[in-house]
Ligand binder design. Structure first.
Ligand code: TRP
Length: 334
């Protein structure tokens, strides 16, 4: 069997919620455990600097992300788990790729274009003045993250597709200039039928403020579940599970047989108080052990450092090999 190398990066931001787990973390971990897959997962801490967060926030978020993924089942014996900033080869490759990147390609990047349009309104006389080169160069660093490890597949959300195209483009340009060197990476868009619903029945999202944090204490979890919006049908009335936010969450946390059984209870009429209790108990049973592990990990930075350093050693061994080839090809090394 040919081994496929799958790589993805996670920006260290914000408190993770149920939607992040169901829509991002869980599918990524499933993918990583497929036979014939070599998985790499890194914390994109250097990418986070483009928004100029405080150093304390950067550190805090890095450990939060690490503890979150580990608590949710990332097995560091199977997945190479590391911090981007600890792989200096990434930044060297970034520069070398910059030298084959047409400026016009970067001008077309969505993130830059959106910012450029915004600043054009504010300071039309000098729109680029407000734009940091970190934002502008972001897609090149992302290409380096991927190409450095010769990744075949990159699981990303739809919003990252253009970045993936840029990475492929730059791999092609380098290969054309210096001979076959880089694997052209393919995006892997998770096929998630429906996003998780939030407290108000809309998609669960930080920007809507309708999330349920993954590691909230039991009482907070309970209070949030009881805040989930429902209609005002009486207990005994038959109800439609498919338009119900409670069911919309419930179905992601139980087996198919239980989903079907719950559909029958909706048809027969289930009171909202009862369903909220069931949902809370279901979530609590799944999350309590993970919350405990998260608390344990986040309180032990030394252990997290050790785990990450171990991944970083292995990741650097791969990175050094790529860099050796790249340096030779471009003439920096004989
Ligand atoms: N840009 C990605 C995001 O915002 C994070 C990221 C950085 C990434 N480097 C990557 C994802 C390399 C995949 C591969 O979500």
């Amino acid at each position: 069997m040919t081994i496929k190398r799958v790589l993805t990066g996670v920006k260290p931001t914000g408190t993770p919620h149920l939607g992040n787990w169901v829509g991002g973390i869980r599918p990524a971990l499933e993918l990583a455990s497929r036979p014939g897959t070599e998985a790499l997962l890194f914390i994109a801490d250097a990418h986070a600097l483009t928004t100029l967060p405080s150093p304390e926030d950067v550190q805090k978020s890095v450990y939060e992300v690490a503890a979150t993924w580990l608590a949710l089942g990332l097995d560091p014996a199977r997945v190479l788990f590391y911090r981007q900033s600890r792989i200096p080869e990434d930044f060297e490759l970034f520069w070398i790729l910059t030298c084959v990147t047409p400026k016009g390609l970067m001008n077309r990047a969505h993130a830059y274009k959106a910012l450029a349009a915004e600043t054009m309104e504010k300071t039309p006389e000098d729109p680029d003045r407000q734009i940091l080169m970190g934002v502008y160069n972001y897609p090149i660093l992302m290409a380096a993250d991927i190409l450095l490890f010769q990744a075949h597949q990159v699981p990303v959300g739809k919003d990252q597709l253009q970045h993936l195209e840029i990475a492929r483009d730059l791999a092609g340009k380098f290969n054309q200039a210096y001979g076959e060197t880089f694997v052209l990476p393919d995006p892997l868009i998770p096929t998630q039928a429906e996003p998780l619903v939030g407290l108000d029945g809309r998609k669960m999202s930080k920007s809507y403020g309708n999330t349920i944090p993954l590691f909230a204490p039991s009482e907070v979890l309970r209070a949030l579940v009881f805040k989930i919006q429902t209609n005002s049908l009486p207990s005994e009335a038959p109800k439609d599970p498919d338009t119900c936010a409670l069911f919309g969450i419930y179905r992601h946390f139980v087996e198919e047989a239980e989903v079907q059984a719950m559909r029958a209870r909706y048809a027969a009429g289930i009171g909202w108080g009862e369903m909220k209790t069931v949902l809370f108990q279901t979530l609590e049973a799944v999350l309590a052990p993970k919350r405990a592990l998260y608390q344990e990990l986040i309180a032990d930075k030394k252990r997290l450092d050790k785990l990450l350093e171990n991944g970083e050693d292995k990741a650097r061994a791969i990175a050094r090999e790529t860099l050796k080839t790249v340096r030779t090809k471009v003439g920096l090394w004989a």
